[in-house]
Design a protein around this ligand. Structure first.
Ligand code: NCD
Ligand code: ZN
Length: 345
């Protein structure tokens, strides 16, 4: 039997939602993870420091008794975000990052940014005070093919922004392409990328072959196999610029299994077993701690966790529910399409 002990991991991109879904899913994160960056795309979004404070309180109230978990709050960037509010949020220790959603790019992003020029005062302040910008790196122009939206975003939005504000720290979230990986590797500083669990495991065939499979649909959408391989190479390389952001994004099943299903894959529950499987396949189990537990805190300037987590590889596969039941309805858990032999103990 193989065992693997790591510092307790963190999740640098997580959707916890609110109300009954929050109550139903949070335990799947707090069981394994010490901290997570909490996405602000609620309805209405978490826009001000005051909103973030109230949301943090709701998260703490939903936490299973006895779990130690620290939500790291983000603000949803709008064209009206106030630089002073953002600075205050950082100073008080409440705000870890600000999130840029190009308007219309993904779930609940209609209030996002249309013209980045209008957000420059906030971005300049963030560069000055060292507060990272997390970006959903996809353009939304209808002319751009959905499989090209990340590469076009890098070229037409991100690179110009970084030239204009070289001191701004930018996290490219949920990188899905070799283009994204290469761009991050080409930067000497102030640029990093998070990678999800599912993008290491599926390519676009999972969504489209043999019938349409809504539980593999997320944004950015999974790409061709060569991109998945580039993500795996980056994640398992130990390169400090890459770290785990699961982008676990729960939607109750009726919202996914319909004529216009929501984007989002629910991976919090089995992420650590999936990652151990992937890293073992890549003969890189020794790099899993860097990816899941060390590189993220280094980038965000936070201490690494002192507690540990142990995984064991057993002959019998891990048994876990295929759906997480919540008071709002059932949420399908990510199925990697193979049995998982790594158990979290
Ligand atoms: C996310 C969600 O549902 O909030 N969906 C997703 O497919 N990842 C939004 C996002 O991060 O794009
Ligand atoms: Zn997300």
């Amino acid at each position: 039997m193989k065992t693997l002990t790591l510092r307790r991991p963190d999740d640098w991109h997580l959707h916890l939602r609110d109300g009954a879904v929050l109550k139903g899913v949070i335990g799947d994160t707090s069981r394994h993870f010490a901290r997570a960056i909490i996405m602000p795309n609620l309805v209405p979004p978490v826009v001000t420091t005051e909103d973030a404070k109230a949301y943090r309180e709701r998260i703490m109230a939903a936490l299973p008794v006895g779990d130690r978990f620290q939500p790291l709050m983000t603000l949803y960037l709008t064209e009206h975000t106030q630089p002073d509010d953002v600075e205050e949020g950082k100073k008080s220790g409440l705000i870890t990052a600000v999130k840029l959603y190009p308007a219309g790019a993904t779930t609940n992003s209609h209030g996002g940014v249309r013209n980045l020029d209008n957000a420059m005062p906030v971005l300049e302040r963030m560069a000055k005070i060292g507060l990272p910008l997390c970006v959903h790196g996809e353009v939304t122009n209808p002319e751009v093919d959905i499989f090209d939206r990340e590469a076009v975003f890098i070229e037409t939005v991100l690179e110009p922004l970084r030239r204009r504000l070289p001191e701004l720290k930018v996290t490219v979230e949920h990188v899905t392409t070799a283009d994204g990986i290469n761009y991050i590797k080409s930067a000497e500083r102030n640029l990093a990328g998070s990678i999800t669990t599912h993008h290491l495991i599926i390519n676009r065939n999972a969504i489209l072959v043999g019938g349409i499979r809504p539980h593999y649909y997320c944004l950015p959408v999974a790409k061709r196999e060569n991109h998945r391989l580039a993500l795996r190479a980056a994640a398992t390389s130990g390169d400090a610029r890459f770290f785990l952001g699961t982008d676990s994004a729960p939607h109750v099943d009726p919202l996914k299994e319909c004529a216009c299903g929501c984007a989002g894959i629910y991976t919090s529950l089995n992420t650590m077993s999936c990652l151990a499987h992937v890293f073992e396949e890549e003969k890189a189990l020794d790099k899993l701690e860097a990816f899941a537990s060390l590189n993220g805190p280094a980038w965000y300037g936070l201490p690494v966790n002192e507690e540990t987590i142990t995984l064991e590889k057993r002959d019998e596969p891990a048994v876990y529910p295929d759906k997480r039941d919540t008071e709002a309805g059932a949420i399908t858990v990510f199925d990697p399409m193979y049995p998982l032999h790594w158990h979290v103990v």
